[in-house]
Design a protein around this ligand. Structure first.
Ligand SMILES: [Zn+2]
Length: 477
């Protein structure tokens, strides 16, 4: 009992210390984009901010005494001052007195994993032996966190006055902390659940120069903007299709642990209006426990087929009923599209399917056919070589099946791509691609009532606010 409260007290103290540290680092992470949005000399200012943070109390006293400040102020650039002031309230929270009451304080030593370090390096740096490491491993053998350590991860050590290992604690995963103690009758491992919380943000942006600029203006990190672009990449070509006036509304979350920022979360719901067309994506936890993103009608965001299965430089020949064949020198239908690309460029499976043919085919050279369902197949010709796929193998959309070349009848390296419906070639650029199947009945109903309805209301509410703000002439959008 006594030991338990002691552990709890120590843990609380630890949590407070970490909270302060994390808030601190969170600040820089969140606002790091300022440094490249603004001027290049932001770096030294940030250093000053950091010192303000670390020396919070000392600076406060200094500020109160009031006579050193003018000297400092002249040494610093004046413009960042407002930002620095907003930092002060972030210094240690009200909970501080609880640590003062703690009668005994265990001196846990926090060690942060450096790049290239192994767990045994860390143990040795604490004057511990491989036997100690083995004891920990024996006690916490199911903890994956010990088998795959990464830089930045923390291990806290409790050492006896003789330098012997009395305890170690570490994060097993995002929300679970393991505490292994060796100072009792026998080794013990206890788990401590940490409060993990997702905080949501609702933002709206309007494109005037670039997606990144708009995202940044709306308060999104570049990583979150990339996630947004990734969600809509099947519908919108962000390089060619984006127009001034396009807009987006996004609900996304950030992950906090014990009240401190831990890492970026995911997009919960998003709406993108591109050239007047509206696209939506909602996160939904499927019956199998995995998450997926679905449009408002419950169809997966990811389409069944990639329109173009290769990163091409130009279209060297379109689909046509009849054209002059460049090698044969006579009129012949061209039943696919030729995408010119350098030899060796990877070719991707346009959709999920099974490899129905892999080998040499007259004219086509090295050739692959993928059967996607009972009626649709796609074909890929002139490959320089095949990827490591076997006949009959299942391939998923986007997986590499071969590489661009000019085997067979070809005048230069390109992919000859065919889209066949019931073995008849259709124009891959124009054929209506089948829509992916929506969620099955029960899940669809759940998706609509539990996800779309509430999230759509939030998206609409923000849209309405933005419009209202525009109408009333506020220019803070
Ligand atoms: Zn061709």
């Amino acid at each position: 009992m006594g030991e338990e409260t002691q552990i709890a007290r120590a843990a609380r103290k630890q949590a407070i210390r970490r909270k302060a540290q994390r808030r601190h680092s969170h600040f820089y992470e969140r606002f790091s984009h300022w440094s490249f949005c603004n001027h290049a000399d932001a770096e030294p200012i940030r250093w000053h901010r950091e010192r303000w943070m670390l020396a919070g109390t000392a600076m406060l006293i200094t500020a109160l005494s009031g006579f050193i400040i003018p000297a400092w102020a002249s040494a610093m650039r004046p413009d960042p001052a407002p930002a620095a002031h907003t930092m002060l309230p972030l210094a240690l929270p009200k909970a501080l007195p609880t640590t003062v009451h703690a009668p005994t304080v265990e001196d846990w030593h926090i060690v942060q994993v450096q790049p290239g370090q192994t767990l045994s390096d860390i143990f040795q740096s604490q004057g511990l032996s491989l036997t100690d490491l083995q004891r920990v491993m024996d006690e916490a053998r199911d903890a994956k966190a010990l088998h795959n350590i990464h830089p930045g991860q923390e291990f806290d050590f409790l050492l006896g006055s003789d330098g012997s290992l009395r305890g170690i604690r570490f994060d097993k995963d995002e929300s679970n902390r393991a505490i292994v103690r060796f100072d009792g009758d026998k080794p013990t491992m206890t788990a401590q659940t940490r409060e993990v919380e997702r905080r949501e943000h609702v933002v709206h942006g309007s494109i005037d120069s670039s997606l990144f600029a708009a995202g940044s203006k709306a308060g999104m990190s570049n990583a979150m903007v990339l996630k947004l672009a990734e969600l809509f990449k099947y519908d919108i070509d962000f390089v060619q299709d984006l127009r001034e006036g396009d807009s987006f509304t996004v609900i996304y979350d950030d992950v906090y642990r014990d009240g401190a920022y831990l890492h970026e979360g995911e997009i919960v719901a998003a709406e993108f209006v591109n050239q007047g067309d509206r696209y939506t994506a909602y996160r939904f936890k499927k019956d199998d426990g995995s998450y997926g993103w679905f449009s408002e009608d419950g169809r997966p965001i990811q389409k069944s087929f990639l329109r173009i299965p290769v990163d091409f430089t130009r279209i060297s020949s379109q689909f046509s009923a009849a054209r002059m064949h460049p090698i044969l020198g006579r009129m012949r239908a061209h039943q696919g599209v030729d995408y010119a690309a350098p030899t060796g460029t990877p070719i991707h499976a346009a959709g999920d399917g099974v490899v129905k043919f892999k080998g040499w085919m007259n004219g086509y050279g090295n050739f692959v056919i993928i059967q996607h369902n009972s009626s649709i197949s796609t074909a890929y010709g002139h490959m320089s070589k095949f990827a490591n796929v076997k006949l009959g193998q299942h391939v998923s959309q986007g997986s590499v099946i071969g590489f661009v070349g000019m085997t067979g009848l070809a005048t230069g390296p390109h992919l000859h791509y065919e889209f066949r419906v019931n073995n008849v070639q259709r124009d891959p650029q124009k054929v209506t691609l089948p829509k992916p199947e929506p969620l099955p009945g029960v899940q669809l109903a759940k998706f609509k009532s539990q996800v779309v309805q509430p999230q759509l209301a939030r998206l609409k509410a923000l849209d309405a606010n933005v419009k209202l703000a525009r109408a009333s002439g506020r220019n803070d959008d």
